[in-house]
Design a protein around this ligand. Structure first.
Ligand SMILES: [Zn+2]
Length: 187
């Protein structure tokens, strides 16, 4: 079930009054406050290659939809009780069969945005070097394809990343540049 601001009080069914909409509403009947929060989502940029002065390849997964040719970095929603880096490693494994130690994921960006209308997401973007990842990418749960895109492919791919993302996230080279910079800082 996607998160959207509640239309009525989940506690008593009463009418909600705006306090700080859409984040906070108040039920005039039972007095409860209702909070509307974004869903934390972990995405993982697996970077291959990129020695000094070279451009890296980036692992992308294709959305499992027959009528669309849209790709994105692997990832998904953080589950209850789960740390975001563990969620990133889990989603990477579920979508591509690749395994990684969550401790090798380097956080390099975090943004909150409306993904589809009212559905608010907080993206936690992680980078990891392919050398710290085990396996060969294969499409698994929920994706149609999983493979590394070469620098040339990435440069020509601007309109094929998920359209619901913020502008910077739609640029595949952004994931490469920001992810590689973050990995270089940790060395
Ligand atoms: Zn109520």
């Amino acid at each position: 079930m996607p998160n959207t601001p509640p239309d009525y009080c989940p506690n008593c069914g009463g009418r909600l009054e705006p306090v700080d909409p859409p984040a906070v509403q108040h039920c005039g009947d039972c007095g409860e406050y209702e909070f509307y929060n974004p869903i934390p989502t972990a995405r993982v940029a697996v970077l291959d290659g990129a020695s000094e002065g070279e451009r890296a390849s980036l692992l992308l997964v294709k959305v499992d939809a027959a009528d669309r040719d849209l790709w994105g970095t692997p990832g998904g929603m953080v589950e209850a009780g789960e740390d975001p880096d563990v969620a990133g490693a889990r989603e990477l494994a579920e979508e591509t069969t690749l395994t990684v130690d969550p401790g090798d994921l380097v956080l390099f960006d975090a943004r909150t945005f409306a993904k589809f209308g009212d559905v608010q997401k907080t993206y936690l973007c992680y980078a990891v070097d392919d050398g710290d990842v085990s396996g060969t990418p294969e499409a698994d749960d929920e994706v149609a394809e999983a493979r590394f895109w070469t620098p040339a492919e990435l440069a020509a791919a601007d309109d094929r990343l998920l359209t619901s993302w913020p502008e910077s996230y739609k640029r595949p080279e952004w994931w490469v540049e920001e992810g590689r910079a973050a990995l270089d800082r940790t060395e």
